[in-house]
Design a protein around this ligand. Sequence first.
Ligand code: KG4
Ligand code: ZN
Length: 342
Amino acid sequence: MAGVPLGRRGLILLGIETSCDDTCAAVTGDARILSNVISSQAAAHERYGGVVPEVASRHHLELVNPVVDAALGEAGVELADVDALAVTRGPGLIGALLVGVSTAKALAAPLRKPLVGVDHLHGHVAANFLAPEPLKPPFLCLIASGGHTLLAGVRSYDGFEVLGQTLDDAAGEALDKGARLLGLGYPGGPAIEREARSGDRAAFEFPVAMTRDPGLDFSFSGLKTALLYAIKDLDEGELERRRADIAASYQAAVIGQLVAKLERGLANGDWEAVALGGGVAANSLLRERTAELCEERGLRLKLVPGELCTDNAAMIASAARYVEALPYPRYLALDAYASAAA
Ligand code: KG4
Ligand code: ZN
């Protein structure tokens, strides 16, 4: 990292992530995680069945200082010991992002610490650079979360190429909306996964979209409509009896498309390693099917633990190791951005 000295104890970074509904702070020493604190707001958003931006901003405002203090405390590090701060600039909910960016500036400026602005999606990729067994580029990375679904060609530590992406809903969004239709909780991915355990994934036929499309883009909005129609045909008692079967079949269709596109991405390139990122990468069916795919092809597969798939600040600190750090006072003008960076 430009301008930050590497001490004997390693490069100590404090990461902050507030792009959606988790308030996160973490301390890393080189590729090692010293602390990784995540305060989920899921309970606050559950009754709305999804993230409410204003509710998220207000919660971040209340939680960000205690979460940063907890991350420093657990790592046994003072703010003065930190070599640089790292913060998610976007994409995400603008009000939520501003809380993190302003906090990072306010903590860094009085101590004249450098600050690194990180792209959230680069963070999901960079979760794979963390110890133990950090993955080295090149690799093909499927990122599937509540806001994004894309295939990233990762050929260096400092960025990635988007090889394909969703044309409408994200995979996690399809699971969240599906769970809502099924009367399961929020976030929908884990709720559908739990329900699906006792269901038959062949019971209902949902379209696995885009598999005949020769490209690497994804689409999930038709699947949601298919679910809506499947449910409309059932009376309440039937829905109750068949909920697990529907959840299992719906989950299989979402994961089926992700795996099909990953397989096509592998066929189109010369990749020797595969990684997953984003909240949906915590899904056990996706992990199993990706493991099978890699085993058949003799490819290395990197699967980070679930808490590094969903939003966290350790991945932001990890990405920051490969992005230019801005010295004081240049970062005072650093802005957040809601949509993907140009
Ligand atoms: O990466 P993430 O924490 O936040 C965003 O950047 O969006 O991803 C959250 C998404 C939600 O849609 C949630 O339902 C989904 O990831 N998710 C899962 C699982 N855990 C979280 N989807 C499927 N299976 C899971 N176990
Ligand atoms: Zn995310």
